[in-house]
Design a protein around this ligand. Structure first.
Ligand code: AMP
Length: 432
């Protein structure tokens, strides 16, 4: 076969899809418990929105966009969701629906990065945005929510790093101080950091290059440049985290190199992941709405990677739910019995919500029974032409091997009663 998935993308096969669904459902439940409502925006956005929203000098925009042209339109497969969510909020005037809007999303994102474990070109994020509040409580809420999701799945040893990026007053001063520090050292910087020195010096702080790291040790720290108000905001976020007992580390070099990212930035990593160890991150982006030409709207949010969350859970030995067991497999032999199976499977699924399966390929009784075993059906009804004409057929419970001869007319009632009984034996009523 000559066709394969495109580089950096992957199929989610049925067994894996069950895990995905479980994780997504849990995330939805947790976010909705905190009052977040789902938003779904198109995968295609205008390139200009992303260029402004993510930042002209970022790797995402300069190197990693899946861009396409169609007539006059310059489009892009969205690489992240904060800009699209803000666009939707402004476009539909969602600010009229209440002072603070809490939105969440789950879906595919696209970045043309070099693929490796935990880094794909089409990957999936869950995330949330709190729009309309500049209160440090909202920053703490976003961090607590993200930590809460990861802890809900039993992940431990999470490392939460936080920093403050200041605001439009402190940032330019810090930027200048950074440039003043690095300019005399420019020769010793890595080529990419040298390039960033004039355009976006904060991003040098992100560099993984060992030589850059060495120079970084002596670099000025943003925390020494914060205005009183910015420092106060940061202190409050930290106090709130302490109130919830969420451990954090301050990392003065954690940045999001965009002008309208302000105050809080955070990232959560896990030792269960390899080189790509960030499970998620986020921050406050009070300047974004205006950058997009909208009314000033403070916002704070986070995004987490679903592929990485699944890798971490699998490594941690998380117990995912088993696939649902079919209630009944009708092993039918001969044209009349097969027709009966077809009619009754359809009727009982519809009428009683029973999960009923039967053979669609005309296979032997032996392979039908093997199939019933493979899909872990609870009961098998063995039905030939003779059983059909007598109106009675053997029903076998696959777990116990117990077999009873049953009237076909009474079958759904008997089956439902036995399934209920088995279920109540499995989950005794909780003591109060
Ligand atoms: P970011 O929007 O870059 O802050 O990403 C937020 C989270 O999304 C990261 O912490 C990762 O968990 C995940 N993520 C980002 N880029 C990728 C990628 N290329 N492949 C898989 N997951 C990613």
């Amino acid at each position: 076969m000559r066709f394969r998935t495109v580089k950096g993308t992957h199929d989610i096969l049925p067994e894996e899809a069950l895990r995905w669904r479980h994780v997504e459902e849990e995330i939805r439940r947790i976010l909705e418990l905190s009052g977040f409502a789902e938003i779904r925006t198109p995968i295609l956005e205008q390139l200009e929105l992303i260029a402004r929203g993510v930042g002209q000098t970022t790797d995402i925009v300069t190197k990693e966009m899946f861009a396409l042209e169609r007539g006059e339109d310059r489009l892009v497969l969205r690489p992240e969701m904060t800009a699209p969510v803000m666009r939707a909020y402004l476009q539909h005037g969602l600010y009229t629906q209440g002072a603070v809007m809490k939105l969440y999303y789950i879906g595919p994102m696209f970045r043309a990065e070099r693929p490796q474990r935990g880094r794909l070109r089409q990957f999936h994020q869950y995330g949330a945005e709190i729009l309309g509040s500049s209160d440090p409580l909202a920053d703490a809420e976003a961090i607590a929510l993200q930590m809460g999701i990861l802890e809900h799945f039993g992940l431990r040893q999470l490392r939460l790093r936080i920093n403050s990026l200041g605001d439009a007053t402190c940032r330019p001063r810090y930027r200048e101080a950074l440039q003043a520090y690095f300019r005399p050292l420019a020769e010793r910087l890595s080529p990419s950091s040298r390039e960033r020195l004039e355009k976006n010096p904060l991003r040098i702080l992100d560099s993984k290059d060992p030589q850059d790291q060495e120079l970084l040790a002596g670099a000025p720290r943003i925390t020494d440049f914060l205005t009183e108000a910015c420092r106060e905001h940061f202190e409050q976020v930290k106090t709130y985290l302490e109130e919830l007992g969420i451990p954090y580390e301050e990392d003065p070099f954690l940045v999001r190199g965009l002008d309208y990212y302000m105050h809080t930035a955070f990232e959560i990593t896990s030792p269960l992941l390899g080189a790509q160890d960030a499970l998620g991150g986020g921050g406050r982006y009070d300047g974004l709405a205006e950058e997009l030409g909208g009314r000033p709207t403070p916002g704070v949010g986070f995004a987490g990677g679903l592929e990485r969350l699944l890798i971490a859970l699998e490594t941690a030995g998380y117990r995912f739910p088993e696939p649902a067991r079919p209630d009944l497999y009708i092993a039918a032999l001969g044209p009349e019995a097969r027709r009966w199976a077809f009619v009754h499977a359809n009727r009982w699924r519809r009428r009683f919500s029973l999960q009923v399966e039967y053979d669609l390929a005309g296979r032997s009784l032996r392979s039908q029974l093997r199939e019933a075993d493979r899909i872990r059906a609870r009961f098998v009804l063995i039905l030939g032409e003779e059983e059909l004409s007598r109106g009675r057929a053997p029903l076998k419970a696959l777990d116990s091997g117990e077999q009873t001869l049953l009237s076909l007319d009474a079958l759904p009632d008997t089956l439902i009663a036995r399934i209920r009984r088995a279920e109540s034996e499995r989950s005794p009523t909780p003591s109060s």
